[in-house]
Design a binder for this molecule. Sequence first.
Ligand SMILES: [Zn+2]
Ligand SMILES: [Zn+2]
Length: 159
Amino acid sequence: MSSRLPAMVQTLRDRGIRLTAERRSILAGVLTCGGHFDVDRLLSHFRHQGVQVSRATVYRSLNTLVEVGLLRKIDLGDRPSLYEPIEGREHHEHMICVRCGEIIEFVEPEIERLQQEVCRRSGFEPLDHTLQIYGVCHACNCKDAAEECSDPARAGAGG
Ligand SMILES: [Zn+2]
Ligand SMILES: [Zn+2]
């Protein structure tokens, strides 16, 4: 995980962004949190580490990291946005459970191909895209409809 820090630092340098101590600790925090995290999770990480950094600074730095392409921002509507490091990661999309917040990553070449095709037809040059599918995950669905989910097993056991 820490091996990604030098690459991220280099990207900032390439973009002419000064690596302040603050930005360096935010980069390290981002890599420690990994996966998909929100601002509160990053702030609580800093609190545990005894690092003094304000919420406003965190927001500002995260925006910078999104702008230079080191982070991807996942807009969740009325919920806090999530961020994920994308340096060295394959492009992927998300299924997001609106009940428990579970995030399932997926890659589907056919969807990618279709998007390219749609853009081509409109003479549109795609630079980036994000696809989020909101819904209810399997676990939450089963919790909701406990009877339905356990039906096959009960039927199999003969009641
Ligand atoms: Zn769920
Ligand atoms: Zn992801």
